[in-house]
Structures are given as structure tokens and as C-alpha cells.
Design a protein around this ligand. Structure first.
Ligand code: 13P
Ligand code: ZN
Length: 274
């Protein structure tokens, strides 16, 4: 019998959930994670898939990733419990050919459901796969405190956030040279916030949700986790500096310096945000 919990996909996924928990980004059931499985992952796991659960309509539709399989966290599940019990807290979804429904083929035991943010995850996978020639496989949502704190004091624009974060730690222009998008406050968990996030994700590999959290993406668990970590660290430095300076920053990295950092590492800074 195939032990899906022991495959490299599930082990990498569970490790990332636990790493986010240890960072303090996942109070209660906060945050969620999805991974678009490779052909090899599906070969590893497929023998244990079952097809007795019904198709469930999604709130969004896009056929470009129809037929894909996603490993996802369950709605209301706690990141801290994933590694203890993958089958109870995670599931594998098969997407319908039209990309408008899913069925659970493994996990999410006892009637559990996929994350309430699956509409956002799915549309973000669609646009990031298109933007990266299919390389993007991981979509990560977390509630890190400092990036959320900045949504109370900075204008809610990609330009204000990208520039503030780039200026706050020297490596930021190298790690996310395209910048970060921002979605204004919206009720979470449905097609409306999914569509707004899709529009931002078409241009950026990370998107801030005002007064809520952050979405990051990447080709693998390391890069999506590392992007979350880098952005939150830069936000923390900004918050500390703003607090220490009572809202006034005496000096910052100059715009020319931001461009040079990106260039030094072979990246191109999105200068339209400066
Ligand atoms: P889920 O438990 O449904 O994944 O929701 C958590 C969350 O962070 C909602 O934005
Ligand atoms: Zn959330």
C-alpha cells in the first residue's frame, strides 16, 4: 500500500507548514498552503487515490490547469498539526478538465474540506504558472505580524510597499526585484478576493492582503517560504525603524543603490515602482 504521508512531496509540504508555525505566522488555523504536483509525484501517490468522493464546484473557473492535482491544507486545520497527521489535515485534489470543480482523491479524512482560500490559490497558480513557463508550483498564505502592521501605516499600493521593503534590507531588491502587489481589505475566502489576488499575482510573485496577511509563490517549498521570510523580515525592520525614529527615517538605501543590488545579482529591478 502506498504511504502518501512518506512521499517527498508530503514530507516537504509538512516541513514547510511546521516551519511557518515555528515562525509564529499561523495562529490557530491561520494560513494555508498548496502545491501543484508533478507527474512524478502523482506516480508516487496515484495507487492510493480513491474516486468515491463527489465533484465540488469552485467559485472560480479556469481550464488552463484543468486535470492538475494539488496538495492542500484543510479548512480550519492548524499548521502545527500537519506533520503529526498529514491525512487528517491535508488533502490531494484533482481539478476537473474545465477547471471549475475539484474532487478529493486522498486525505481530508472525516469530511474535512480544502482551505477556504482555495479559489485564491487556484487562480494564483493559474497566473503564476503562465508567468513562469509552468515553473511555479507552490502558493503560500500566512499571517506574519509585521507586514500586516505596515498595512495600517503605508499607502495600500504596490509602489509604497515594494519601495519600503526594498529599502529595509539590502538583499530585498535581489530576492523580489519585481516588487510586491497589494490587495485592499476584502472579506476573505471566496471568488472576489481570488480575482483581486489573481490580478496582482499576474505581475508580482508576492501579494499583501491588507489587514490580513501575505501570499507568496515559487517553484519549490524553499523559495516560497524564503520569500515569505524575507518580506516579513524586511517589514519587521521597517516597523522597528519607524517606531525607533517616531515615524521619521534619517536615511535609507538610495534608489540607485537598489537598482545596483538587483543588477549585481543578475536581476532587473521593477523601476516603475521607484
Ligand atoms: P482556512 O483554515 O480555511 O485555510 O483559513 C485560514 C485563513 O488564513 C483564511 O484566510
Ligand atoms: Zn488568512
Amino acid at each position: 500500500m502506498t504511504d502518501i504521508s512518506n512521499t517527498s512531496a508530503v514530507r516537504g509540504f509538512a516541513r514547510m507548514c511546521n516551519d511557518g508555525w515555528l515562525q509564529g505566522w499561523h495562529e490557530r488555523n491561520g494560513g494555508n498552503l498548496s502545491y501543484r504536483m508533478t507527474e512524478a509525484d502523482i506516480r508516487d501517490c496515484g495507487a492510493a487515490f480513491t474516486y468515491d468522493r463527489p465533484w465540488t464546484p469552485m467559485g472560480v473557473a479556469d481550464g488552463s490547469l484543468g486535470g492538475s492535482h494539488f496538495l492542500v491544507t484543510g479548512s480550519g486545520k492548524y499548521m502545527r498539526n500537519v506533520s503529526e497527521d498529514p491525512e487528517g489535515n491535508l488533502g490531494i485534489l484533482e481539478i476537473s478538465p474545465a477547471g471549475d470543480a475539484y474532487r478529493i482523491v486522498w486525505g481530508l479524512r472525516d469530511g474535512a474540506k480544502p482551505t477556504s482560500e482555495f479559489d485564491s490559490h487556484y487562480l494564483c497558480h493559474v497566473v503564476r504558472a503562465a508567468a513562469t513557463e509552468g515553473m511555479t508550483r507552490v502558493m503560500y498564505h500566512a499571517h506574519p505580524a509585521n507586514i500586516v502592521a505596515l498595512t495600517f501605516v503605508l499607502p495600500l499600493t504596490a509602489s509604497a510597499f515594494s519601495k519600503a521593503l526594498w529599502q529595509s534590507e539590502t538583499e530585498c531588491p535581489m530576492v523580489f526585484p519585481s516588487g510586491v502587489g497589494v490587495v485592499e481589505w476584502m472579506v476573505p475566502g471566496g471568488p472576489e478576493i481570488a480575482e483581486a489576488t489573481r490580478q496582482a499575482m499576474a505581475r508580482y510573485d508576492a501579494v499583501v492582503w491588507a489587514h490580513h496577511g501575505l501570499f507568496t509563490s515559487g517553484p519549490d517549498f524553499d523559495s516560497a517560504f524564503g520569500l515569505m521570510h524575507t518580506i516579513e523580515k524586511a517589514a519587521q525592520i521597517r516597523v522597528l525603524a519607524l517606531a525607533a525614529g517616531q515615524g521619521r527615517l534619517r536615511q535609507v538605501i538610495p534608489d540607485e543603490g537598489l537598482k545596483q543590488v538587483a543588477e549585481t545579482y543578475g536581476r532587473k529591478l521593477n523601476e516603475s515602482l521607484l
